[in-house]
Design a protein around this ligand. Structure first.
Ligand code: UD1
Length: 388
């Protein structure tokens, strides 16, 4: 008997989380993993490029939802995915991370009742093997339990809603387990599996190391910083963006920077004309968003990262590269307690860069279970839940 498992991918940071799981499930004769792309990210370099790098097939189902306000985007994902659920009736839905589509697919799947579908075929009931006796697909959240405790972040709302509804919560670190328990979630639902993104990095390590993207853009290994910024709190307000550009221009006098620009950020830099001040700086290389392998090659060889991304805080912790996170909080505190990450206000960024340049770097401690074997642990967990 094979079980259909939907893997939901929506936006750039999702693809490296579903890829290792897709590959691991594909090896099992009881599992049929199906990639569903909601279409939240749609530019070639925000989406398609990742499928070829990560060797995952083009999504079997594409919902084509695109951009919009939060309600608009989440609503369209819910409507489109509910139709798919009714038609395909998967046994399990795996959602990853904290984007709008993660929350929307969780709501659609947990509110469904297969019994009520007029075409319900008792020979193909989803409850087969479903150890939780649900009349709907089991919903599992990979990367559950992370909390920034900042509800002005759309992702925090997505995390809270997803975790309160999902049946299974696969966590990356002990702080995530503690957050869920404190919120009253049953310990039976919580399974620590580690950080799946490290699986992708290890899977592609040879290819990442083999590239020399830094050279193509005139940089030397160990002598540049990588900048990424896309959080609305940093890039949607023009005063904040002016300050950030001034700071980057100053830092570039001390260390060369490469800045792959996210579409949200590019739009705002162009609208405000700030793009020109960056383009005119010879020590600051502006590039389009990079594919996974190319971007990781830039990270592997950099001296430091300046970012507001969640994933880069984790990747740099694993690699022992100093990371300066321009945010007042992080949902990934283990990257600070164990890793190389430091939070920074706008006013502190230059001081933090100085600290790195003068070698005040803490030694790295890789968090437990960030070992490239998370997909295997998730597969074991799914097997226990569905195929026993
Ligand atoms: C989304 C996630 C965020 C994640 C980020 C990674 C939410 C609430 N936000 O933020 O958690 O860290 O992805 O990149 O789910 N755009 C394009 N092409 C694309 C995608 C986006 O041009 O392929 C532009 C559009 O103008 C769009 C804007 O970027 O309106 C923002 O896209 P959206 O998906 O809403 O949020 P992100 O900022 O990408």
């Amino acid at each position: 008997m094979t079980y259909t498992i939907h893997l939901i991918a929506a936006a750039r940071p999702n693809f490296m989380k579903i890829a290792p799981l897709y590959h691991a499930l594909k090896k099992e004769d009881w599992a049929e993993p199906v990639i569903i792309h909601t279409g939240q990210h749609y530019d070639v370099n925000m989406s398609d490029a990742f499928f070829s790098d990560l060797h995952i097939p083009y999504p079997a189902i594409h919902l084509g939802v695109g951009s919009g306000t939060h309600a608009d985007q989440a609503g369209h994902v819910m409507m489109a995915y509910e139709k798919i659920l009714m038609d395909k009736r998967p046994d399990m839905v795996v959602v990853v991370g904290d984007v709008n589509s993660t929350m929307a697919c969780t709501i659609a799947a947990t509110k469904l009742t297969y019994d009520s579908l007029s075409t319900w075929d008792s020979g193909n009931t989803v409850t087969r093997g479903n150890t939780l006796n649900l009349r709907r697909p089991m919903v599992a959240h990979l990367e559950a339990g992370l909390r920034s405790f900042d509800r002005t972040m759309p992702e925090e709302i997505n995390r809270l809603v997803t975790d309160v509804l999902a049946d299974i919560l696969w966590t990356p670190s002990p702080d995530a387990d503690e957050n869920l328990l404190r919120e009253g979630i049953s310990p039976n639902k919580i399974i620590r599996v580690g950080n799946i993104m490290i699986d992708s990095m290890e899977m592609l390590r040879d290819k990442i190391e083999h590239k020399t993207v830094y050279k193509e853009i005139g940089l030397e290994p160990g002598k540049y910083g990588v900048v990424t910024l896309h959080r609305p709190s940093n890039v949607d307000n023009s005063d904040t963006l002016v300050t950030i550009c001034e700071i980057l221009n100053k830092i570039a006098q001390k260390i060369k920077l490469v800045f792959p620009i996210h579409p949200r950020t590019r739009k705002n830099l162009e609208k405000t004309g700030l793009i020109n001040t960056l383009e005119n700086n010879g020590n600051l290389v502006l590039v389009e968003p990079q594919s996974y392998i190319r971007f990781m090659n830039l990270i592997f060889n950099c001296l430091l990262a300046i970012t507001d991304s969640g994933g880069i805080q984790e990747e740099t912790t694993y690699l022992g590269i100093p990371c300066i996170t321009i945010r007042p909080n992080t949902e990934r505190p283990i990257t600070i307690t164990n890793g190389t990450n430091r939070l920074s206000t706008l006013g502190e960024i230059e001081k933090r860069v100085e600290e790195v340049l003068s070698n005040k770097i803490r030694p790295k401690v890789i968090p437990e279970l960030w070992d490239g074997n998370t997909a295997a642990r998730v597969v074991e967990s799914i097997k226990g839940l569905l195929a026993n």
